[in-house]
Ligand binder design. Structure first.
Ligand code: HEM
Length: 435
């Protein structure tokens, strides 16, 4: 991988700095953001200098991001550009100590006081694994569906993430995610100009750190990662596989993914997988028409519904209008290929709404391209059933479709890690008890 800082563009340099992290990454980010003439307003995080600047409290739903990030010109929520995922453990055995619970809550509140709750400031969630809840005698209530992670296709063999907690930090400003991480873990005395008094230092340890990015132009700038064919990723693509994703009408709403009752009402469940992508094959083996058929549906390819990276789709892939979800078997038989979107749309709920709120983003962690696929849903079963629909086992060996070949994008992706988390409502986000 080529990462000579002298040759990097400004955006590449920001991405590299987020990946590197630590004091060096942060000072590089600040220098780039402050020094660049191109630096945009979004990258100058609104500073909270006084308490009077602080807007009302962030919403009780930790996952309530949509109204604070975007929308684009078509009304689609836009995820912040930079992301850090921190998998961490509570260092003591057994239930969490009340004093530590309070310290953690104070540390999270300090981040909220330092940054605006928005994509130009900082948006974050804190989630907990089934392994974390094993610390307590009481089980989780029935209103929370949080099984241990498992393989979700006969052809995958992922490793499982079992830390206690996952902190997802995101912002349009690379330095904000780094500074927030450093403040949270006691590596910095200030955060966005505010003094840090409480941290997770001494009772929470980082286990793993993952990073990523999303937004028009970012993947094309990072085509120096292993396995990215030169000049193949479209200039405007927000993700490596070349298409826009996350259209408003192809996503569950924040209401739709919220746990409706029980002690964790207002929370949600989170599935995080690491998916590696085979871009050489994707871009070199297939024509654009085939890529559209495999990502969306053969109808999308035949009727030329996807221009460029998909801007012309507006806020929807037109699942209902085209009837593609009902045509999966016919398409396999008659056209020899089925699309990712048409298969996953079969898992919609009885009212025709998608069950996942996808907040995935691209990564080049480890020098390889991939996706940190982060899905929010009211129950992990919603994720599992959507993934089953995506597996398309029912059409494997129908017409020209194989287990993976011509079966959506399965041939080009490999899931290497999976983990499940409960994201409690904000009022219970600091080391919740199961009851
Ligand atoms: C590399 C991995 C993936 C890529 C590049 C990808 C890309 C896309 C794209 C471009 C769309 C259509 C536009 C949109 O609605 O956002 C889409 C739709 C969708 N994808 Fe994926 N996807 C990936 C993995 C997954 C996984 C692992 C799941 C979960 C099982 C999933 C679930 C969905 C769902 C539920 C929809 C919307 C279907 C509907 O309209 O009802 N995707 N994806």
């Amino acid at each position: 991988m080529r990462e000579d800082p002298g040759n990097l563009t400004r955006r590449e340099a920001l991405r590299v700095a987020v990946t590197v992290g630590g004091a060096a990454g942060l000072s590089a980010c600040l220098a780039i953001e402050d020094g660049s003439e191109e630096s945009t307003d979004a990258e100058r995080s609104p500073e909270r200098t006084t308490e009077a600047d602080a807007p009302s409290e962030p919403p009780d739903r930790q996952h309530a991001w949509n109204e604070f990030s975007g929308p684009d010109e078509y009304g689609n929520p836009v995820l912040p550009k930079h992301h850090v995922l921190i998998l961490a453990d509570y260092t003591a055995d057994g239930p969490v100590d009340d004093a530590d619970r309070t310290r953690a809550e104070n540390a999270f509140r300090e981040l909220e006081q330092a940054y605006d709750w928005s994509s130009t400031g900082l948006l974050f969630t804190v989630g907990y694994t089934p392994a974390y809840f094993d610390r307590y005698d009481d089980p989780l209530p029935e209103s929370v569906d949080l099984p241990r992670p498992e393989a979700l296709a006969p052809f995958e063999d992922p490793e499982f993430d079992t830390p206690d907690l996952l902190v997802h930090l995101s912002s349009d400003r690379a330095s904000a995610v780094l500074e927030a991480e450093r403040a949270l873990f006691g590596d910095s005395e200030t955060v966005n100009g505010h003094d840090v008094s409480e941290t997770l230092e001494g009772f929470v340890e980082r286990d793993d750190r993952r990073t990523g990015f999303i937004g028009p132009g970012l993947p094309a700038e990072h085509d120096d990662a292993d396995g990215v064919p030169e000049d193949a990723v479209p200039e405007e693509a927000p993700l490596f596989m070349g298409f826009k994703s996350g259209f408003a009408r192809n996503q569950a709403t924040e209401d739709g993914v919220t746990i409706p009752d029980g002690p964790f009402a207002g929370g949600t469940t989170q599935h995080l997988s690491l998916i590696r992508t085979e871009l050489e094959q994707w871009y070199n083996q297939d024509s654009r028409e085939q890529r559209v058929a495999k990502m969306f549906s053969p109808t999308h390819a035949q009727e030329d519904l996807v221009e460029g990276v998909g801007e012309t789709l507006g806020d929807s892939t037109r699942v209902e209008e085209t009837g593609i979800a009902e045509r999966v078997e016919d398409d396999a038989f008659e056209r020899g290929v089925v699309g990712h979107t048409q298969k996953t749309a079969r898992a919609r709920d009885e009212d025709g709404n998608p069950r996942l709120l996808r907040r995935d983003f691209a990564t080049v962690d480890g020098g390889q391209t991939g996706v940190h696929f982060l899905g929010l849903q009211a129950s992990i079963t919603d994720f599992v059933e959507t993934r089953e629909a995506m597996n398309g086992e029912d059409v494997a060996n129908v017409g020209g479709v194989g287990t993976k070949n011509n079966n959506g994008i399965l041939q080009y992706i490999t899931v290497t890690r999976r983990g499940n988390y409960l994201v409690p409502p904000r009022s219970k986000r600091s080391f919740p008890r199961p009851r």
